[in-house]
Each structure stands twice: as C-alpha cells, then as structure tokens.
Design a protein around this ligand. Sequence first.
Ligand SMILES: NC(=O)c1ccc[n+]([C@@H]2O[C@H](COP(=O)([O-])OP(=O)(O)OC[C@H]3O[C@@H](n4cnc5c(N)ncnc54)[C@H](OP(=O)(O)O)[C@@H]3O)[C@@H](O)[C@H]2O)c1
Length: 264
Amino acid sequence: MKIAVIGAGTIGESIARCLKDYDVVATRRKTEKIKHLEKMGIEVTGDNKYASEKSDIIILCLKPKKVPRVLREIKQNTENKIVISFAAAIEIDLIKKIIPEAKVVRAMTNVGVIVKEGFTVYATRDLDDKEEKMIEELFGKMGKYEKIEEEYMDALTGLSGSGPAFVFTILESLMYAGLKVGLPRELSLKAAIQTVIGSSKLISETGIHPSQLKDKVVTPGGTTIEGVFELEENRVRTTLIKAVEAATKKAKIITSLLNREFQE
Ligand SMILES: NC(=O)c1ccc[n+]([C@@H]2O[C@H](COP(=O)([O-])OP(=O)(O)OC[C@H]3O[C@@H](n4cnc5c(N)ncnc54)[C@H](OP(=O)(O)O)[C@@H]3O)[C@@H](O)[C@H]2O)c1
C-alpha cells in the first residue's frame, strides 16, 4: 500500500511515523524540517503532485484553509483513490466538490497519535467493506478508532480533538497541587500522570462507569470527600462541560465560515 501524507506538521508527521512500515511519502514546503524521517524509510518531498501520483491512499493533514488549494493542485491524481482528510471543519461535500472522482474519508484525531495512542474518528460514504478494513488497519496503527456519522465530527473535534489540551490543564493543575502541599516537582508530576493513566485504564479495562469508580474512592468522613466537595463547590464538572461545548461551537462556526468562503 503506497501512502502520501500531505502536510507533515504536528499531526501529519506523527501519522507518517505510525505508518512507517508501509511505503510512505511525506510532504511539506519546508522539507528540511522532516528530513529526519528519511532515516525511518519515509520518503520526503515538497512536491504534492508527485506524492499523490505515486500513492494509492492520500492523507491530508493541512490546516483547513490550505485544503481547497492543495486539493486543486493534486486533483488529477485523486481519481478512484482514497483521500483521507484530517482537517478540522472541512466537510465531505466540500472536498467532493473539488475532487468528485475520489473516495473521500473525513477523519479527526488528536495529539495522542504522537505516541500511537490517538483517538481517530472517521466518516465516509464512498468506501466498500474491503476499503474500510484497509483504512481501519491504518487508523489502528495510530491508536483507537471508530466510524461515526459526519454530524458528530464537530462535537468530537471539541471533545477528543481539543481534549488533550483540557487533560494537560488538569495534569498541570494536579502537579501544581502537589507543589502546594509540599511535594518535589518531579515526584508530583509523576504522581499526577500515573493517577490519570491508572484511572483511565481502570475505566476502559473494567467497563465500570466513572461515577461508580469514584464512589469506591470516596469513603465516609475520609480525605477524598473533602477534595470532591471542593471540586463540586467550584463547579469543575460544569466548567469541563462548558469547555467541550465552547470548542464544539467554535468548530461549527469555522465549518460554516469555510463552507461560505469556499462554496461561493
Ligand atoms: N494539532 C492538533 O492537536 C490537531 C488535532 C486534531 C486535528 N488537527 C487537524 O490537523 C490538521 C493539521 O494540524 P497540525 O496541528 O498538524 O498543523 P501544522 O503543524 O501546522 O501542520 C500542517 C503542515 O502543513 C504544511 N503545509 C502547508 N501548506 C502546504 C502545502 N501547500 N503543501 C504541503 N504541505 C503544506 C505545513 O508545513 P510547511 O509550512 O513547511 O509547508 C505544516 O507543517 C489541521 O486541519 C487540524 O485541524 C490537529
């Protein structure tokens, strides 16, 4: 399987690394910034046309505004090929307007792909079962994945696309909390990280609902209820819900702005 990753920045370079066991060519204009990928057997070029021509699957990891221009540039090399766009806010219909002969997949992932622990969601109307299996094999190399309806894409941009920034904020706060109660910096960060990893694994491996697990930690008259009371009083749950809602709203606004800009 020959794969082109067009726009090898933060997400694109990580995806190229995850897929390095295939025949991958990665592009960006400043090629010197990804020259090191050649050591992993990934071809590096600044030529999107060349990369798309030699590939069976084309993965776009460009900022949304760049997508229409690059699609026009590679249009002649997309006929009957699978084109996967990771750009936020660019709808399948918009992509298909520019490259109608391609089999289009719209996907969203997150920075977890850097360590092969991304959460990738994808929507498509064009692929048969065999082709879906093929792209799921690729997404599987990047972490967990799920097929979704395109209407959920903005909400997942807000929850799992932006989500790492929210979790980093929580981790940073827990680390500072450790400093506040007198822990050394490194020990505090280690404790915060492992607490988040362990809690996440516990939920995903047991399937037990988070509220039930929380109930196991909160003992009557104990230490944890003191902390939980503070969280409730300061509306941490409401704040997190509002954070995801705000990110989702912004994704919707950008989607409609881009639709207007590129469809008129
Ligand atoms: N970062 C995240 O956490 C995240 C999460 C989920 C989804 N996304 C989505 O993923 C997409 C990429 O985001 P990112 O954070 O990876 O952005 P990024 O780091 O800016 O990467 C985009 C890359 O595209 C390259 N590029 C620009 N114009 C090009 C052209 N004409 N031909 C080839 N390459 C070109 C840029 O490099 P040059 O300037 O050298 O060309 C840049 O490295 C966005 O649509 C974003 O919405 C990002």
